[in-house]
Design a protein around this ligand. Structure first.
Ligand SMILES: CC(C)(COP(=O)(O)OP(=O)(O)OC[C@H]1O[C@@H](n2cnc3c(N)ncnc32)[C@H](O)[C@@H]1OP(=O)(O)O)[C@@H](O)C(=O)NCCC(=O)NCCS
Length: 143
């Protein structure tokens, strides 16, 4: 397994991984923007020559917001999500990580809770897709 910063050659595989989640919709233009913008980073995880997961981060100093994070369907529950998030924390020197997710996204909620994140706020009726629902804002403080 290896993890690296994504570049423009990874755009197609980022799109194909993102298509395996109903919660994430990304275009080539979005990804290109994130790759080239100084406040964003995309890390991509490769295993046995296959791109299996990516994470998109918005970084201001030591505060990191997770914009999108997905492990492709057939590679879930193999520890790749955990490895990618740990790597992201190390590489960005994050002291605080935040994110928001759909209240019905129970796999991701379980994942983030198991990692140590807490729910700090709820935004009512924030999401339209894939179903209407609230957004849960989660946070992890790193010592
Ligand atoms: C959330 C996500 C990134 C987790 O990635 P993953 O590689 O499957 O997670 P890991 O294998 O590293 O799991 C680590 C721990 O998280 C918890 N966990 C992960 N998926 C879970 C699930 N479906 N149900 C319950 N707990 C889960 C478990 O405690 C797991 O440890 P275990 O497998 O030893 O029990 C993945 O489910 C995903 O891509 N979801 C779709 C996209 C998404 O919703 N992204 C988040 C919104 S930003």
């Amino acid at each position: 397994m290896n993890i690296k910063l994504a570049n423009k050659n990874d755009i197609e595989s980022i799109i194909s991984i993102s298509k395996t989640s109903a919660y994430i919709s990304l275009t080539k233009e979005n990804i290109n923007y994130y790759i080239n913008n100084e406040y964003h980073k995309i890390y991509i995880l490769n295993n046995n020559n296959e791109n299996c997961a990516f994470i998109i981060l918005f970084i201001i100093d030591n505060v990191v917001d997770i914009i999108d994070f997905i492990v492709s369907k057939k590679h879930k529950r193999k520890g790749f999500g955990n490895a990618l998030l740990k790597y992201s924390i190390k590489e960005t020197f994050a002291k605080k990580i935040t994110l928001d997710l759909h209240e019905n996204n129970t796999p991701a909620l379980s994942f983030y809770k198991s990692f140590g994140f807490n729910i700090i706020a709820r935004r009512e009726n924030y999401y339209e897709k894939p179903t209407k629902g609230d957004s849960l804002i989660m946070e992890l403080n790193i010592k």
